[in-house]
Design a protein around this ligand. Structure first.
Ligand SMILES: O=C(O)CCC(=O)C(=O)O
Ligand SMILES: [Fe+2]
Length: 239
């Protein structure tokens, strides 16, 4: 099965060894690819206190389907600047590291892997999941142009029982239901047999190809807050 081949000649300096350690098949599709040692130690050491201490989070809940906290932005648009508690040199450097996910180098690597030109559809967004938070299965595929979700994980010292595993699977059924807080029907996705659970690995990314046929979830977090950064990519040609 095809693995991403990163071009290290032109990589940004903060990018690490980028070792592909697993390619998870779902039927004849790629369900997920894990790339470890994504950033170098210095970049990881900048990002960790930035996500833990400099950012401000707000609840992002969809009924009982999604219970997470998302980094607050200064306005209502998805790419408005993040709210920061302090504006130090370190915070600026951490923001530069965060923007690796929006860099032309990284988007080109992903496009070469999927064999189609990509653009960023949702900018890098930090999430914090506290004990008890979870995300039910969903496809992140509101329209066909959505191609890839990339989640960077910053959970140190994960142990079995800590929860927060990412689950990827094939979609068996999608059901719509009405919720009093939402003017549109919400959906629930049921995964088929053969879904795979992937534990959080510090300083790794999970590349999740998006389609109507595959969905992913995050199991309830059990021990300590789980920090991650998610970026969504899609076709460059459709608008
Ligand atoms: O954190 C993860 O593993 C996935 C998060 C996710 O599915 C999402 O933010 O849409
Ligand atoms: Fe998702």
């Amino acid at each position: 099965m095809q693995q991403p081949q990163f071009d290290f000649t032109h990589k940004p300096p903060e990018v690490g060894a980028c070792r592909t350690t697993s390619v998870v098949p779902l039927g004849d599709r790629v369900g997920a690819v894990r790339v470890e040692q994504f950033f170098n130690d210095q970049a990881t050491a900048l990002l960790t206190p930035f996500l833990h201490g400099d950012l401000v989070y707000e609840r992002d809940e969809i009924g009982d389907q999604k219970l997470v906290s998302r980094a607050s932005r200064q306005g209502d648009l998805p790419d408005d600047p993040l709210v920061q508690r302090s504006s130090t040199l370190d915070a600026d450097s951490a923001l530069a590291v965060l923007n690796t996910f929006g860099s032309s180098w990284f988007i080109e690597q992903l496009g070469d892997w999927l064999n189609t030109p990509l653009r960023m559809l949702r900018p890098p967004t930090p999430y914090r999941m506290d004990v008890g938070d979870y995300v039910e299965p969903h496809d992140d595929h509101p329209s066909p142009e959505f191609r890839l979700s990339v989640t960077y994980n910053l959970t140190a010292n994960w142990q079995p029982g800590d929860g927060g595993e990412t689950v990827v699977g094939l979609v068996e059924a999608v059901t719509e239901f009405d919720h009093p807080d939402f003017p549109f029907p919400l959906k629930t996705w049921t995964l088929g047999t053969g879904a795979q659970s992937l534990e959080p690995v510090f300083n790794s990314v999970l590349l999740l190809p998006l389609s109507d046929e595959q969905a992913h979830a995050v199991r309830p977090v059990r021990r300590a807050s789980r920090y991650s950064i998610t970026t969504l990519y899609g076709d460059r040609t459709s608008h």
